[in-house]
Design a binder for this molecule. Sequence first.
Ligand SMILES: Cc1ncc(COP(=O)(O)O)c(C=O)c1O
Length: 358
Amino acid sequence: MSLPNHGANANHLYERLGIKMPEAVIDYSENVNPLGPPPFVKEHWESYASLITKYPDPYGEPFLSAAAAYHKVTVDQIIVGNGAAEIFASLAKRYENKRAVLIHPTFSEYTSTLTPYHVYIKEIIALQALPMEEVLDEIEFAEVIYICRPNNPTGYLISLEEIIQIAEYAKRYKCEVILDEAFLDFIDERESFIPLLKGFPNVIVVRSMTKMYAIPGLRLGYAIAIEQIINETRATMPHWNSNAIATTIGAACLKEEEYRLQAIAFAGVMRERFTVFLENWHCEVLPSRTNFVCFQLPNPDRSKEFFTYLLAKGCVLRHTENFKGLDGKWFRVGMKEELHMERLQKEMTAWFEENWSS
Ligand SMILES: Cc1ncc(COP(=O)(O)O)c(C=O)c1O
């Protein structure tokens, strides 16, 4: 039976596997900021109620202007979406009956949004460093390449130099680059490609407000590119696609510098601790730069047992059955608050002791 293609909504996972869901479940398959939304969201919550009686701004204001100011671009270069997911769905139409390059394992929405448009997808597998020669060769024949930076689910960050090389080569061969920076907030804005967009009319950077600001339920994402691409994409999107509460909260989130720095530091500490724990148990850990960690058991053949054991204990990891190149033999764990990380390590330790000690 196929497992859900995304993390979160753990109830679906228990249902499909026929495992009784314990009363207390901690969902490590979710990878949003464990610190929760910035405090102002709760404090001002009641003030948002009045927003629902009017139609929202069709361009996503006040978020549109706030995002333009944050990234130092013009409002004509941004399109606001009902989550980055909506942006991917709209962008996919550009490539109907064309050729795309995807580097797996990666976010499954690239494939699922391209498939209805009969896009031929060339798949390259790279858990860490990209096979640059192969990537550049494929770009020559493609209309688009998708790159997730840092990559979900591995957490791997391709260097800016490599992305520039890819973007330059793609420009020469009239290939567009969709650069997914949904998790870049957890690194440093100086790692973003956005300031370089001026020289690259073929690059579209997609961002999400979901991850850093822990607001997946609100739905807010955006893309930055040249005006022509933005207008073409907008033409395929529904009017009033972003809701007023999301755009109001999103605009205020971008002012939360302290909160962002705290989240970056916290993710770094948790990632480091969890990596040490995993390595002590001889697991293979991929070097992550963001707020989740991807690892493999010393004996990956026991992955299913391990996964269901933890489910029964109320610890939900992100399985990797639908990630090409990981094939269910790896797990992704979103960093959580300290107590929850300790709980996971306790349950994992019990399993390791039972299954690995001589
Ligand atoms: C890499 C990546 N990009 C984009 C998204 C979608 O983000 P949003 O919630 O803004 O639609 C996700 C969601 O999991 C993701 O993992």
